[in-house]
Ligand binder design. Structure first.
Ligand code: FRU
Length: 493
């Protein structure tokens, strides 16, 4: 093991002791210490789920990338494992960037990641040279392959940039063997997703272009994933510098998906439509895995690049993952619902039916808390209503809200009054379907986040919030008259 990895492991173990479990999310994975971004190597190995992550153990801001590591049996309770990778080789000395994991036929767990090396480019400026590399392991310790890099600049098709060539995602190839999807910038044209092929996951050759941005959907594409679901194909991509389009793509760097059909014989992906993955403030770089019982589960980094480096002082931890979400495709869109394992953590059920609420706010006895699964069904009373809202993480000073305006068909999450002292992004909106103002909202609260699943997960809005967890009030508000059905569970994590 390199000195750099040994140092990181020693440091994280010592520093973690200073963080009380009550001061971090209860059932969302957060950085063991300091900084976390993208989920990496999301996989099932040795009887447990493994989730690695982009990790700077030494500072709560982005910096030299390591791979942090955690394991779980239910996707909700995570146990930290020692850091898996450190930037300690010439080809990755400036960072071990995002990648994925597979189990090899001989039983080893293999990671494929992007190595980054700062080098002078043609015009003398320093650039980040990016190559793809392997590490083999047993679920705890990983050895970098002595023949790294396994995919490099000379393996790029024409026009590909060696400086934007990253985030390999290994998937099973349709007719056996492996494919690695790799994001690449094509000079002047923007992002595209390349497919490399291998029969043993170790020797790779370039295959074909799966999709390209052709001047739309942002600039450089990152963190691809591709899978078949409910008879369709879904390409997940995270894109830099997106232009808003109607209610889509308001996040600058944002995750989108292309829904379409893939002809494996012709190697042609025919896309039908593009969509935002999560309409909230904080969601990027998602990865999926297929569980042994056949569920496609997605997890993302619950942050956004525009606000994540604004804290000036170091924090003991910064950065957390979203809830793992089960995906399905219905009516041409991707539905997301919290993994069903969450239901095993439910306690303290409180149910209200047909509570009448008009022109004002109410609280309901037994409905409060910051570790919560709350379902609210809103039904208009008589004529339609103007606005309905749930205000949560609330005390006399602060609250965050999710609101719905039926005349505009807009659900909004707003954390302006959550205690933030910065003029940063506080609101996001999603256009939703509804019948005359009937809507279902499911709100999952952990200590430092809120995830809103609208109409059984047809639209999702996620946001981090840093309101003191003692602010645990919940209030229901209506402008107009509604009836609400409420079901609340405490989450015992
Ligand atoms: C996406 C990303 C990846 C890269 C990693 C670096 O958030 O920019 O493309 O591998 O973060 O930390």
């Amino acid at each position: 093991m390199s000195q750099a990895l040994r140092d990181a492991r020693r440091y994280e173990e010592a520093m973690e002791r200073a963080i009380s479990p009550e001061d971090r999310p209860a059932f969302h994975l957060s950085a063991r210490v300091s900084w976390l971004n993208d989920p990496n190597g999301f996989s099932f190995y040795g009887g447990r789920y493994h989730l690695f992550y982009q990790y700077n153990p030494y500072d709560s801001h982005w910096g030299p990338m390591h791979w942090g590591h955690a394991v779980s049996e239910d996707l909700l309770h995570w146990t930290y494992a020692p850091a898996a990778l450190a930037p300690d080789m010439p080809y990755d000395r400036d960072g071990c960037y995002s990648g994925s994991a597979v189990t090899l036929p001989d039983g080893r767990h293999m990671l494929m990641y992007t190595g980054v090396q700062r080098v002078p480019s043609d015009n003398g400026q320093m650039r980040h040279l990016q190559t793809q590399n392997l590490a083999f392991g047993d679920g705890t310790d990983y050895q970098k392959y002595h023949k790294n890099p396994v995919i490099r600049g000379r393996d790029l098709p024409a026009g590909g940039s060696v400086y934007d060539f990253r985030d390999p995602r290994i998937i099973p190839a349709p007719h056996g063997g492996y494919w690695a999807l790799i994001a690449n910038d094509q000079s002047g044209e923007g992002g595209r997703i390349l497919v490399y092929e291998s029969s043993d996951a170790i020797h790779w050759k370039y295959g074909f272009v799966l999709a390209e941005n052709k001047g739309r959907l942002g600039c450089m594409w990152e963190c691809p994933d591709f899978f078949e679901l409910d008879g369709r194909h879904v390409l997940l991509v995270s894109s830099q510098d997106m232009l808003p389009k109607g209610f889509e793509y308001h996040n600058g760097n944002g995750a989108f998906y292309l829904l379409g059909d893939f002809d494996a014989q012709a190697r042609r992906f025919t896309e039908e439509s593009d969509h935002t993955v999560d309409y909230g403030i904080d969601f990027y770089a998602p990865q999926t895995l297929l569980t042994s019982d056949g569920r496609r589960v997605m997890i993302g980094w619950m942050q956004n690049w525009d606000t994540c480096n604004l804290h000036t002082n170091s924090k003991p931890w910064f950065g957390q993952m979203s809830l793992p979400r089960e995906l399905s495709v219905r009516d041409g869109v991707l539905y997301q619902r919290p993994v069903r394992e969450l239901e095993a953590l439910h306690s303290d059920e409180v149910i209200y039916e047909r509570v009448e609420l008009s022109d004002g706010a109410i609280t309901l006895p037994g409905v409060s808390g910051r570790l919560l699964d709350l379902e609210v069904e809103v039904v208009p009373m008589g004529e339609s209503y103007n606005r309905f809202a749930v205000r949560f993480a609330k005390n006399s000073e602060f609250y965050t809200s999710v609101s719905f305006r039926p005349h505009e068909s807009v659900v909004k999450i707003d954390r302006k009054f959550s205690g933030s002292r910065r003029a940063i992004i506080h609101q996001r909106r999603a256009l939703v379907e509804h019948e005359g103002g009937r809507i279902k909202l499911r709100l999952i609260l952990d200590r430092y986040s809120a995830e809103v699943f609208v109409n059984d997960g047809r639209k999702v809005l996620s946001a981090t919030l840093y309101t003191d967890p003692s602010a645990d009030g919940i209030e229901f508000f209506a402008d107009g008259a509604v009836k609400i059905n409420v079901k609340k569970y405490r989450i015992d994590a």
